[in-house]
Design a protein around this ligand. Structure first.
Ligand code: EPZ
Length: 442
């Protein structure tokens, strides 16, 4: 029976159960070209940054994601007018009418803590519920709180809420982070942009999304320098106006598609991709045996392209250790683990950022992968064959890893928990179909 007919049959059954599934018929080589979506981890702090702007901002290349929708709901709750037309999001934040973010909106998206710095920077007060932990383990915000207190913010934690106020205003401060937290760096920049005086962040996060936030704020009239390095200096200005900005490409989505091409031994051109953002992952793919070429530069001409050819016998990279940018990103670890499961040899993964970021390993073993996990170390012994199974996504990148592995596995795989995947991937199924995958949403 032809594979698509089997897929349709499985879908019919799935539709009866009412559970949304991604159904994959594995074993197809992926070939073609794809455009990389705008970055989820950039659009969220950028949307928060619009709260600081007393005017209208337009953000282009905004991906269609449930997390971005949640951020727009928070903006509307604050009194901003946030509207979307395709990939263009317009935010009019002339007026901020409310400084409380309700718990249900905070719970929708853990990273909504990044609104704290912007709301304080604009209104000098804010009340929001403690963001919960998530599937990756506890997600503390002690570094955010410590820094904001140093900037003159009074923060009371009571009944699961943070009650913040800065009646005398927010003051610049010299802040050293005990670890280069992305969210804490973003919150400090957002609070410091309109603070009185100079703020210096030492041991700041260096991710490209931090550079993108600084670029947008500077277009709005802020004075942020050093973004992308470990020391960022922000000279507070009285007010910011709106600006137009294009969101950078999503480096983790780019890595996902590269892994999908590699695991199916295929060939892919990624357009609208910034080679410099995926730097640490390229040598790993080359070590595995993939040919990688890059064309142009997104940063300068917006024309960046990455070409991968994996039609070779590939071998395990032996060790992948995650670390803060510019190191190997923790967010790409799950998809590379799926890929490593199919490579000749053994790969040791060391996860240095999160406590509990190997949950996808258990699901991968259902496909026949050989993975043993001990705390923050996972040992993957590559196998020739994976076979389709029923899988459940438990977090965003873990879900992407399951799709990646299912593309290789013989037979049909059905993946539930796809609301996790919707948080960070704009049309993952449609894009994979475009390059030859036998995959359906239902
Ligand atoms: C951002 O999360 C990203 N999310 C994450 O991507 C990414 O995995 C992470 O950075 C690391 O690169 C967004 O940008 C929306 P951190 P964030 O603060 O800011 C500890 C994805 O898949 N920490 O850099 O929350 C923390 O527990 C998501 O797209 C403290 O101890 O990450 C973690 O172990 C998942 N105290 C480490 O630092 C704090 O106050 C890194 O966290 C803050 C963080």
């Amino acid at each position: 029976m032809e594979n698509n007919a089997i897929l349709k049959g499985v879908l019919g059954l799935a539709a009866l159960t009412g559970v949304r599934k991604i159904v994959v018929g594995g074993g197809k080589k992926l070939e073609g070209e794809l455009e990389v979506q705008g970055a989820k981890n950039s659009i969220l702090p950028l949307l928060s940054g619009t709260v600081l702007c007393q005017g209208e901002s337009v953000l282009h290349n905004c991906p269609n994601l449930s997390d971005a929708d949640a951020a727009c709901r928070i903006l509307n709750c604050l009194g901003c007018k946030c509207g979307r037309e395709g990939n263009r999001v317009t935010v009019n934040s002339e007026q901020i009418l409310n400084t409380d973010v309700p718990a249900e909106l905070m719970r929708e998206m853990r990273s909504s803590i990044v609104f704290l710095g912007a709301i304080l920077g604009r209104t000098r007060q804010c009340r929001l519920s403690f963001p919960g932990g998530c599937e990756l383990g506890p997600r503390p915000i002690d570094l955010h709180i410590l820094a904001l207190k140093k900037m003159g913010v009074d923060i009371k934690e009571e009944h699961g809420y943070l009650n913040c106020s800065a009646p005398k205003g927010i003051y610049g401060a010299r802040i050293s982070l005990s670890l280069p937290s992305v969210g804490a760096t973003e919150n400090i920049i957002l609070a410091a942009a309109t603070a009185k005086g100079m703020t210096e962040i030492n041991n700041a996060a260096r991710e490209p999304e931090i550079v993108d936030l600084a670029a947008f704020l500077n277009k709005c009239g802020a004075k942020v320098s050093g973004a992308g390095t470990g020391t960022i200096v922000i000279e507070g200005v009285p007010k910011l106006g709106g600006a137009e900005h294009r969101v950078i490409p999503d480096r983790i989505v780019a890595a996902t598609y590269l892994c999908c091409a590699a695991i199916t031994r295929g060939e892919l051109i990624l357009k609208n991709a910034d080679y410099s953002h995926v730097g640490a992952m390229i040598p790993v793919l080359e070590q595995i045996g993939c040919n990688i070429y890059t064309y142009g530069s997104y940063a300068h001409s917006g024309e960046g392209k990455i070409y991968i050819n994996a039609a070779k016998s590939l071998r395990a990279p032996h060790k992948i250790r995650t670390s803060a940018h510019p190191g190997f990103p923790t967010d790409a670890q799950p998809m590379f683990m799926a890929l490593a499961s199919t490579l000749k040899g053994t790969t040791v993964f060391v996860e240095t950022i999160f406590d509990n970021r190997f949950r996808h390993a258990q699901e991968l073993t259902r496909l026949g992968a050989k993975i043993s996990v001990d705390n923050r170390v996972a040992v993957v012994e590559g196998v020739e064959k994976l076979s389709g199974a029923e899988l459940e996504a438990t977090d965003l990148r873990g879900g992407a890893a399951l799709v990646t592995a299912a593309l290789y596995a013989e037979g049909t795989s059905k993946i539930t928990g796809i609301s996790h995947i919707d948080r960070g991937y704009d049309n993952l199924v449609g894009n994979l179909r475009k390059i030859g995958a036998e995959i359906m949403n239902n």
